[in-house]
Write a protein that binds this ligand. Structure first.
Ligand code: ZN
Length: 130
């Protein structure tokens, strides 16, 4: 799968976002090691703390399908800047894929690629508590 194909999956997922409060629709497409792609969109809630980001929706969907090994993640928003995962999502993702490649896409379809290790240095992980 090319970067562009993965990005297109993230863009399609963004169309399903439930974002009536922020009006900031985000889509995520997670490429698993088995070659499948699992997508997610952000889902907001009137109790704003109950909202969840597209990245974690995709990650939880993959985990619920027994897919815990991931290659790449594309995150798309129709934004001026490159859409990077928030801090909570970075921490969540590092539990399963500390070196995950993340394609951060903006509204004009341009993107930049980062490793999760770069976006979240000095990661807090199971080594600290097990
Ligand atoms: Zn997030």
């Amino acid at each position: 799968m090319t970067d562009r194909e993965l990005i297109n999956e993230a863009k399609k997922a963004a169309a399903n976002a439930y974002a009536p409060y922020s009006r900031f629709a985000v889509g995520a497409a997670l490429e698993c090691d088995d070659g499948t792609v699992v997508t997610g969109c952000n889902v907001e809630n009137a109790a704003l703390g109950g909202s969840i980001c597209a990245e974690r929706v995709a990650a939880c969907a993959a985990i619920s399908q027994g897919k815990r090994s991931w290659k790449r993640l594309a995150v798309y928003a129709n934004s001026a800047g490159y859409c990077t995962p928030c801090g909570a999502c970075r921490q969540f993702l590092c539990e399963f894929a500390p070196d995950l490649e993340i394609l951060c896409v903006r509204g004009d379809n341009r993107y930049v690629s980062y490793s999760l290790a770069k976006l979240l240095p000095h990661q807090f992980n199971a080594e600290f508590i097990l």
